[in-house]
Write a protein that binds this ligand. Structure first.
Ligand SMILES: [Zn+2]
Length: 550
């Protein structure tokens, strides 16, 4: 405990329990904010402050770090129609989408996950990339950036309420150099990819991500990823991966990721670790011990997880990869052809080597529509049921839906089992990442609920982990993994990103029916020393920044 710092205290949180993000037991302390930094004071210390908040009975934690978001475009620069001020079909607009993480205490988001970021690309590829990013982010015609610096410059500070870091997405990088070709890169193309990656990492991007189920990232072989992860290793930044398969072949996919980490020297972050579909259920009994063994052998591997048994992604990811070859326009050109639809049906029924095949592992009855701007009535409903209602086959329904929406449809896939989710949440290797997909329509509730759900539902109600450990998985652990210096642990001199919550009340309310309902019990959120949420409601403060990791 320390004496009050010299100078005027801007904000004093008095009477609370400090849960500092290290995992250590909570202890009584007052927390002062001075010039955007934290000072930890003895309880009841004499101190003169501009504003005092009585937080008796409450817990004070570092701001939460969401290590896995798809929020890249929420405060980005858009071209023409749509963009950040566009209103969603289900009555919520992008402002509500931007608020959701903040209201559950997330002060830093890490975007650029699953191989998709808004940069980098060669100048001549920016236009071709724009359509891919419009379809992926579903907020309008987003403007891709040549490198991380241009991406950071394109973020609109008047829209940012919390901080944003970004990984370099491999799919974007690949499309930004060689388009949507399903072949290995030529040597000069690989060299150009390494060069673009190196530049963005030097500018402050937080790591390198892949999404190996998504075109064009999935067209890459192991060698290509090793070459690129080696660049990340040089910058001491992690290789972050959505595995090539999270279903029947998840263990083989995990071995590929471990091999890439060992050969490149990059730390390994397994994104949203899950073992989904009927052939993957229960496999966390093997994958988690495998990861712990690798760690014991010296591989710096960790994972993240969201606390739900349903996933969410874009609808084209339910189709075999050849359908997407050549990019979004080529995909749409194929979907009207009955022969193509027949081949899709056969591939889903029989499988294709190397393809995850979510529908074959489950069925169209487990997949619901999250966002379909062209057909909002479908949002929230299962595809099998929608197709039956029209008296049509599900593949025909899906192709028509994609054609109507110019490729822009997002789905929710009810594909996991509760015991697997609990096992990953409880693993000492895991941290929390929402994998939030902030789009209009009926997005997955994880965007607005993940952190409060881990604390309230899994922590307090189910006793899966103590509060201190849950907070550690949202703060100190991710800050260390992504080298967010000065964040994640509340100690003297730390950046004043703070959360005040009621440990007896914190709970998620976001549901599949009402996906953006704010949680209960998250009372105050401080971003860079300024109060961004007061009494559970947003203030006018906009103090978020783009974070540069050096
Ligand atoms: Zn992913």
């Amino acid at each position: 405990m320390h004496r009050p710092p010299p100078g005027r205290i801007d904000l004093l949180l008095r009477g609370g329990t400090l849960v500092d993000g290290t995992g250590a037991a909570g202890r009584p302390a007052d927390v002062a904010v001075v010039g955007g930094r934290v000072a930890v004071l003895a309880p009841g210390a004499e101190a003169d402050a501009a504003e005092v908040l009585d937080v008796t009975g409450r817990v004070v934690t570092p701001g939460f770090i969401d290590v896995h978001t798809h929020s890249d475009a929420l405060a980005a620069t858009f071209d023409g129609e749509g963009g950040p001020d566009h209103d969603g079909g289900a009555g919520h607009g992008t402002e509500e989408l931007r608020l959701a993480p903040l209201l559950q205490g997330v002060t830093t988001e890490i975007a650029g996950n699953c191989g998709t970021s808004l940069f980098p690309a060669l100048p001549g590829r920016l236009t071709g990339l724009a359509e891919h990013l419009r379809v992926t982010f579903g907020l309008g015609p987003v403007r891709p950036a040549g490198d991380f610096a241009a991406f950071a410059a394109g973020q609109r500070p008047e829209l940012r309420r919390n901080h944003l870091a970004s990984l370099v997405g491999h799919g974007t990088l690949r499309a930004g150099v060689m388009g949507f070709a399903d072949r290995p890169p030529r040597p000069e193309e690989l060299a150009a990819m390494c060069e673009l990656l190196d530049r963005s990492l030097a500018q402050g991007a937080a790591g390198f991500s892949t999404g190996l189920i998504y075109p064009p990232g999935g067209y890459a072989d192991t060698e290509e990823i090793v070459a690129l992860a080696t660049v990340a290793a040089r910058h001491r930044k992690p290789y972050v991966t959505h595995l090539r398969d999270e279903m029947s072949q998840v263990e083989a996919a995990l071995e590929e990721a471990l091999e890439i980490s060992v050969r490149s020297g990059a730390a390994l972050q397994i994104s949203h670790h899950k073992t989904a579909g009927r052939y993957g259920w229960g496999a966390t009994l093997r994958t988690l011990p495998r990861l712990e063994r690798a760690r014991a052998e010296g591989v710096d591997v960790r994972c993240d997880v969201y606390p739900y048994t349903a996933g969410s992604t874009v609808l084209p990811a339910m189709l075999p990869p050849w359908v997407s070859e050549g990019g979004p326009a080529a995909l749409l050109a194929r979907l009207g052809d009955p022969a193509v639809r027949g081949r899709i049906r056969a591939d889903i029924a029989n499988g294709v080597a190397g393809w995850e095949n979510t529908v074959g592992n489950g069925g169209w009855d487990l997949i619901s529509v999250a966002a379909a701007p062209a057909r909002p009535a479908a949002e929230g409903r299962r595809i099998a049921e929608l197709a039956a209602e029209r008296g049509t086959d599900p593949v025909d329904y899906v192709c028509e839906l994609l054609l109507e929406g110019r490729g822009e449809v997002t789905i929710i896939s009810h594909s996991m089992r509760e015991d697997d989710v609990r096992r990953v949440l409880a693993s000492p290797l895991s941290m929390i990442g929402s994998d939030g997909v902030p789009k209009p329509g009926r997005p997955h509730p994880r965007w607005a609920g993940s952190f409060a759900r881990v604390l309230g539902h899994y922590g307090r109600r189910q006793g899966l982990m103590p509060l201190e450990l849950a907070v550690h998985k949202m703060t100190g652990l991710p800050a260390g993994r992504f080298r967010l210096t000065g964040r994640g642990v509340l100690r003297d001199g730390a950046v004043a990103d703070l959360v005040v919550l009621d440990p007896a009340a914190v709970l998620d309310r976001a549901s599949f029916e009402q996906p953006l309902l704010p949680p209960e019990g998250v009372e105050t959120v401080v971003v860079a020393g300024r109060v961004a949420v007061r009494g559970g409601r947003p203030t006018a403060v906009r103090s978020g920044e783009v974070l540069r990791v050096r």
